[in-house]
Design a protein around this ligand. Structure first.
Ligand code: ADP
Ligand code: ZN
Length: 534
């Protein structure tokens, strides 16, 4: 009976009546229920997963008005016009309205004509809006693109800081909903703190794309590997992402020479060529697209069977967004990343060069760079982990994975597991002896007892840990340190020096309370190290 009443309850009626759908997507119902219970809620879902319905349906069910704070004028317009078309009374208040239109909208709002009002954050502190808000019954305030309130990223908008000040001025505190597709721990904590959410329900959902296979490869010759793959998937549609325009041109040229109907896309091409090439791809005249990350925004091609990253992107967010363009139709599709240490070095270089952002102060710029480096490292770990790749991505976004998907290159490899706890303890001892003042290269050098001038000049050759792992392969030692970073036994400082530090878990290793195991591919070449050196 319970089942029956929820299944055919009011929210299902509204879903059908206004939006034309019969089922909720994963996570939507929980978000709606949470808001309806009067619980502050933070919803984290990828773009396109259907966040809007999660606050629009509660808005229709709550007694008063819902304010939706959104940073994008174009998005507000679209949302409001589709709500109006569906027969829902909604309006937007932003700088695109003339003075008269704005007055009119405020007047209607005051008369209670709208159920949902989209408002730009800058408007919240205007006298006129405050007057309206003090008299209106506001049941809910929803913040779209809530990550804009966080200074931990490039999308920070100072006007978002007005939101919680505004909410504080209301006589009756409405329920707060915050929505975003960005989900790092820091951003999430910032959203909760800066918007002053009360003991919020945090729900992460919709990130898993079950029909996608994930793979990481480190081919000796990337182009040969690519050619073999593309030729072997003849007649299928695929996207190959390269880091630079030059790579795009080269790879596209060479594929064509190999008889593949490939086309290209990057920001350096003229408008006309870009449009033509994009159309050739969409209409399958050229089923293979070689492109930079400039390609893909707003392109809805459902039958892309594979996305190959010829270079590693700079963070998991970009990777997942680009890889996610495969298999929109739900059919099995493949997402493969070709890794090389060179990719990491190029990103590091570009991050140091990042063009001066006028809007940011020196401190803010450093904070952004720091964040970028952390995200780059997490992307690099993805290329190095021997655990389930899907699980790694889901955990990155804060969604719980199963630990084994059976549909990624790691789940499908038989690894040999080796206990590395003793070597890990040596690494810890060495870092401690070095007073946590050096990066991976020095630590590896000391452990291997290398006769380097640099180590001598730092006075490290006399340490007890000097040469403690003399016979150990350099790349194996680096892989171990990367594993320890992934296990959070170690961490690296956020500056560009990336010094190795110990965490609380390091002591557990020395005390024999924790183990470090590594998986090795039997009889295969060792991977390059995650810091980009070979
Ligand atoms: P987001 O804001 O998360 O990027 P939207 O709210 O714009 O996503 O929704 C993306 C698309 O998914 C829209 O076309 C929307 O109508 C559709 N959608 C949302 N919920 C459902 C559902 N339960 N069933 C089918 N389609 C849905
Ligand atoms: Zn897996």
């Amino acid at each position: 009976m319970e089942q029956f009443s929820t299944k055919y309850g009011k929210k299902y009626e509204l879903l059908k009546q206004y939006f034309g759908y019969t089922e909720f997507r994963e996570g939507q119902e929980m978000l709606i229920d949470s808001l309806l219970k009067g619980q502050d809620t933070l919803g984290i879902m990828p773009t396109g997963a259907g966040k809007s319905i999660c606050y629009q349906i509660p808005a229709l069910m709550l007694p008063g008005i819902t304010l939706v704070i959104s940073p994008l004028i174009s998005l507000m317009k679209d949302q409001v016009s589709s709500l109006n078309q569906a027969g829902i009374h909604a309006a937007y208040l932003n700088s695109s309205l003339t003075v008269n239109q704005y007055r009119m909208a405020m007047q209607y709002a005051a008369q209670g004509r709208y159920k949902i009002i989209y408002v730009a954050p800058e408007r919240l502190e205007t006298e006129e809006f405050r007057m309206f808000a003090s008299r209106a019954q506001i049941s809910m305030v929803c913040v779209d693109e809530a990550h804009c309130v966080s200074q931990w990223g490039q999308d920070f908008r100072p006007s978002y800081l007005k939101i919680s000040r505004f909410v504080d001025t209301l006589d009756i505190r409405p329920v707060l909903g915050a929505f975003t597709a960005t989900a790092t721990k820091e951003v999430r904590d910032d959203i909760i703190c800066m918007l002053k959410l009360w003991n919020p329900t945090v729900l992460v959902s919709g990130f898993d794309r079950k029909n996608l296979y994930f793979g990481v490869q480190t081919p000796k010759n990337k182009f040969d590997a690519l050619k073999e793959y593309v030729v072997g998937h003849e007649d299928q549609s695929g996207i190959i992402y390269c880091l630079t325009r030059k790579d795009v041109e080269e790879v596209c040229e060479k594929l064509r020479a190999a008889g593949v109907a490939a086309t290209r896309y990057h920001a350096g091409l003229g408008d006309r060529e870009r449009q033509e090439n994009q159309d050739d791809f969409i209409y399958d005249r050229s089923p293979v697209m070689v492109a930079t990350n400039a390609f893909g925004m707003g392109i809805d091609k459902s039958n892309v069977r594979y996305v190959i990253h010829y270079n590693m992107p700079k963070n998991i967010e970009s990777y997942y967004q680009e890889a996610g363009r495969a298999g929109r139709d739900g059919e099995p599709s493949e997402c493969i990343l070709y890794y090389s240490g060179q990719d990491v070095r190029i990103h590091e270089f570009m991050m140091d060069q990042e063009p001066e952002n006028e809007a940011l102060s020196q401190d803010e710029r450093e904070l952004v760079q720091e964040q970028d480096r952390i995200r780059l490292r997490k992307m690099t770990y993805y290329c190095f982990t021997n655990d389930c790749l899907r699980d790694y991505i889901l955990r990155y976004f804060g969604e719980a994975g199963s630990g084994y998907c059976g549909n990624c290159s790691n789940c499908l490899t038989d690894y040999e597991e080796t206990d590395m706890t003793d070597a890990a303890a040596d690494v810890i001892t060495c870092i401690r002896e070095c007073r946590q003042r050096y990066g991976i290269n020095v630590i590896v050098g000391v452990l291997r007892g290398e006769n380097r001038a640099k180590l001598r000049s730092y006075g490290l050759t006399g340490l007890a840990s000097f040469g403690l792992r003399r016979g150990m392969d350099e790349s194996k030692l680096k892989s171990l340190i990367n594993q320890m970073l992934m296990d959070e036994i170690l961490l690296v400082t956020r500056d560009k020096y990336m010094l190795l530090k110990l965490t609380g878990k390091a002591k557990e290793i020395l005390d024999g309370e924790r183990k470090v195991t590594m998986k090795y591919k039997p009889r295969q070449e060792e991977p390059a190290s995650a810091d980009g050196t070979r």
